[in-house]
Design a protein around this ligand. Structure first.
Ligand code: HAM
Length: 419
């Protein structure tokens, strides 16, 4: 029986890890510049946390969550996103008591039972950032600016930033009513899910992937026409700051973001290079959620980047481009092999990236192996040389060879080769 990974769950292989590390380390660098601290939260939570936060009627909660019962019958879920968990931790540890504004980031796997396709997996990874405790709009624009700066610093520039405002509960209610009235007129054209959503959560009809529902939504009313003064001023300020920061954007009134917790500013970064799954990051403000979770009445805003999709854009960057070892040890004969084996461990402790082959190969085969690994230098330890108390150091680029005495060999190699 040969096992395969679960459908929609992928291995990240050594030649791909370079791009992953690059994205993650660049994100950490940028987060530090902007004052973010890392938080690590569990991959499983009570299912109710997500149902309450993201919304029962969203696709994520109603169709895509991996849920299970533990042995005591508790309903648990693999996290489909990180925001709800980060807020749970923020409240549980009373982080608001230490400092009113918290900038938190977390990186890790998320789980959604979606139909796998290019750019869409069931286990995928997000780089997630949240700013808790400030009502904006400066922070809204700062967060978006940071996100685009991060993308450009990893070499992703060909993107479109879509922004929208979803208002506050006060102005969303009249919009929902108007949307409901509009949908009633097209009831028979909607898919069965949307016919139900029309009553329970009409905004979610915007997220439906069924073609005929999309057709109906083309002329749907726009939330922007319903914004109250406060929400309109907020949105106008965000746009003005973005302009001053030289950030290009498109106002997209259909951007509803698929999760129920959003208020005011929402945004999504799209690329034209990935096909249907073109969103590489999405986020927005969620001013009511912390209170909803039993915490203080704190406003907040955040985003998540889809790491798989970003890595796909960086396809040509691979770990293979990294340099090979500093030194390859090529011993000949048992005595030389044993000596080289011990030296190798000491060299590594001294900071040298060393390799050797354990299969007792001839010199030619060992040189071929050193070449494949792109080693800078090879230490040839032949039996003859050993009896003469010396070894040969060969430069793999210039092909130059020098002799080194056995005395203090390890220290001398570290002195010569550690960069
Ligand atoms: P989201 O739009 O559901 O937002 O996900 C953010 C990003 O995760 C997407 O733009 C996409 O790049 C990636 N993504 C989502 N699903 C998949 C999948 N099945 N396969 C591969 N990539 C995927 C959130 O999750 C919010 N929690 C973002 C947020 C943070 N809002 C406020 N704070």
């Amino acid at each position: 029986m040969q096992y395969k990974a679960i459908k929609g769950f992928k291995d990240i292989l050594p030649h791909q890890v370079g791009a992953w590390n690059r994205v993650e380390s660049e994100a950490k660098r940028v987060f530090e510049l902007f004052g973010f601290k890392e938080i690590r939260v569990p991959v499983m939570e009570k299912a109710e946390l997500f149902a309450r936060g993201i919304g029962e009627d969203t696709d994520i909660v109603s169709k895509e969550m991996y849920t299970l019962k533990d042995r005591k019958g508790n309903n648990l879920a693999m996290r489909p996103e990180a925001t709800a968990s980060v807020l749970r931790a923020y409240i549980e540890h009373k982080m608001y008591e230490s400092y009113p504004i918290q900038k938190l980031f977390t990186i890790g796997p998320m789980f959604r039972y979606e139909r796998p396709q290019k750019g869409r997996a069931r286990q995928f990874h997000q780089i997630n950032a949240e700013i808790i405790g400030d009502p904006g709009p400066r922070l809204d624009s700062e967060l978006i600016f940071m996100l685009l700066y991060l993308f450009s610093s990893i070499g992703i520039n060909n993107t479109t930033l879509n922004i929208n405002s979803l208002g506050c509960p006060g102005c969303r209610e009249p919009f929902r009513d108007e949307l409901k009235n509009y949908l009633k007129r097209y009831f028979t054209q909607l898919c069965p899910d949307c016919q139900r959503r029309m009553e329970t959560n009409p905004l979610r009809v915007f997220d439906c992937k069924v073609d005929r529902c999309n057709q109906v939504m083309k002329d749907a009313p726009s939330m922007l026409d319903f914004l109250c003064n406060d929400c309109r001023n907020h949105f106008n300020s965000v746009k003005a700051y973005l302009k001053e920061l030289d950030v290009d954007f498109v106002v997209n009134t259909h951007l509803m973001r698929g999760l129920d917790y959003y208020t005011k500013t929402t945004f999504e970064v799209q690329t034209h290079e990935l096909g249907a799954q073109n969103a590489i990051a999405g986020g927005g403000r969620y001013d009511g959620l912390i209170k909803e979770f039993g915490g203080p009445d704190s406003p907040a805003i955040g985003f998540a980047i889809g790491v798989e999709r970003v890595v796909e854009l960086l396809e040509d960057y691979s770990a293979d481009k990294k340099e090979g070892p500093d030194l390859f040890l090529a011993p000949l004969g048992k005595e030389a092999e044993d000596k080289a084996f011990i030296w190798l461990q000491e060299l590594r402790k001294g900071g040298l990236r060393g390799e050797m082959e354990y299969r007792s190969l001839g010199l030619k085969a060992q040189m071929r192996h050193a070449d494949r690994l792109r080693a800078r230098k090879v230490l040839i330890v032949g039996e003859d040389e050993l009896t003469k108390g010396k070894v040969i150091l060969r430069d793999m680029f210039t092909k130059e060879q020098t002799e080194l005495p056995l005395d203090n060999l390890v220290d001398e190699l570290i002195r010569l080769l550690v960069r």
